[in-house]
Design a protein around this ligand. Structure first.
Ligand code: UD1
Length: 422
């Protein structure tokens, strides 16, 4: 197992290229199951979750070739419709194969995702959507067994709660259903929008993309041809590196980013005292003489992303005064609080609100990563801390950040990946 060793205190400056968005790439990979032909995908991030999903597609009978940074995925002929526990347990997003397998093959078995560090995270909304389209669902030996031997039927699906992957599953299933579907209270995240646009480009009629309710005219089982696609930039990776510059008093330019997807994060950073220069696909953050405290409430897009909450908490430890962060999407998504405290952060938790007292002097320590974004908060704190910090269990970080230590080192961080001593 690897750990990261960081000697804090260096200011991070220069340029950094943002990778493709993991959360956009995962549903696009799932959608290749719907396609009649192989699908060429550019800007696929080289992170563990994507490698796991490619492996899942292989286990289902698909394959891929990689040429000049373009992955051509052939999941057009699936030999097996079972997503086994061993792979699903390592990545919850495996649930994304449910909609496409069921829609294309009329039956599938997908292991129920297990417990998760950031709360209960049920999949009831996914299942209700499939049932609404006529699927018969049963839970057998820890597996979701979904059947629709005569194909799915278009339906009105009203999500009680906005779900990103739930909406994505519904969209993929509806694309091959017979007749029109309406998805109400659909997630509007840019990653959901890219999936809808990808499917629409294959000839499936989708109205209202990016809105609360979308209408999909299903093909009645006929597989469309998904054209080549370039994955959108990762807004969470971009936000994390903006925080890295901010917490180390640096000025940094992000390249290959989509500034329009970043508004909730850049607005909060601006309130904290940071100025920005925006280009068509660049964002430059400028250093600030003083960091002001902030109030953040997480929400669905276009609100403040829960996936940036932990990173902003690390930054808030360096603000002059008290900040408050309320987590509205997931219970138990404050696992980083205790670890940040080990580096000297003063954070009080009450229910789903954290109050961060600033400014505190952070001191490097041994800390444990608990989930993907919590891990990046620990990296940020370590970059600002005096002395050496060691971050353990960074396999969480590797799930979603491509070459993080290389990218940070290139802009001035003292960071090294080491083997954990046994
Ligand atoms: C996706 C993202 C994740 C992000 C989250 C919220 C991917 C691969 N992952 O996760 O990084 O943190 O959106 O922006 O895109 N819920 C239910 N029943 C369900 C499904 C969800 O109650 O069937 C609840 C969840 O517990 C949570 C809320 O709905 O409280 C939102 O979760 P959801 O949007 O589904 O998250 P994911 O799609 O799993």
């Amino acid at each position: 197992m690897d750990c990261l060793e960081i000697t804090g205190g260096a200011s991070l400056n220069g340029k950094l290229i943002v990778s493709g968005a993991k959360n956009a790439a995962l549903p696009i990979l799932a959608a290749t199951i719907l396609s009649k032909n192989p699908v060429a995908i550019a800007n696929l991030p080289n992170v563990a979750d994507i490698r796991t999903f490619l492996k899942l597609l292989e286990l289902l009978g698909g394959g891929y070739v990689k040429e000049n940074e373009i992955f051509t995925i052939d999941a057009s002929k699936i030999a097996c419709v079972v997503a086994a526990y061993d792979i699903v347990k390592t990545m919850r997003a495996s649930i994304l194969v449910l909609g496409p397998l069921l829609a294309r093959y009329g039956e599938c078995r997908v292991s129920l995702p297990g417990g998760c560090a950031i709360g209960q995270r049920p999949v009831d909304l996914h299942l209700k959507a499939m049932e609404k389209m006529g699927a018969n669902i049963s839970i057998e030996e820890g597996y979701i067994h979904a059947k629709a031997p005569r194909g799915l039927k278009g339906a009105t699906i009203v999500f009680d709660k906005i779900s990103v992957t739930g909406s994505e599953n519904a969209v993929m299933a509806a694309a091959l259903a017979k007749g029109k579907s309406e998805i109400v209270n659909c997630a509007k995240e840019p990653e959901v929008v890219q999936l809808c646009e990808t499917i629409a480009k294959s000839g499936v009629k989708i109205d209202g993309i990016g809105g609360d309710a979308i209408e999909i005219e299903g093909t009645g089982g006929e597989a469309p041809n998904i054209p080549p696609i370039r994955v959108i930039p990762d807004r969470i990776e971009a936000g994390t590196y903006l925080c890295a510059a901010a917490i180390t008093n640096g000025s940094l330019t992000l390249e290959r980013v989509e500034p329009r997807h970043m508004t909730a994060v850049t607005d909060k950073l601006r309130q904290m005292g940071f100025a920005f220069e925006f280009g068509a696909d660049t964002i430059r953050i400028l250093k600030s003489a003083q960091i002001r405290p902030v109030e953040i409430v997480t929400a669905e897009y276009p609100g403040f992303p829960t996936d940036m909450q932990a990173q902003m908490m690390a930054l808030a430890t360096q603000a002059e005064g008290n900040s408050a962060i309320e987590e509205r999407l997931f219970e138990n998504r404050f696992m980083h609080v205790g670890e940040l405290a080990r580096m000297g952060a003063k954070i009080a938790l009450r229910g789903n609100t954290a109050t961060i007292s600033g400014k505190t002097k952070l001191i490097g320590a041994d800390v444990m990563a608990t989930d993907l974004r919590a891990s990046s908060a620990l990296v940020l704190a370590a970059l600002a801390a005096s002395g050496k910090a060691r971050i353990h269990r960074i396999y969480h970080l590797d799930r979603g950040y491509e070459r993080m230590e290389e990218k940070l080192r290139a802009i001035g961080a003292q960071i090294e990946r080491k083997k954990e001593p046994n």
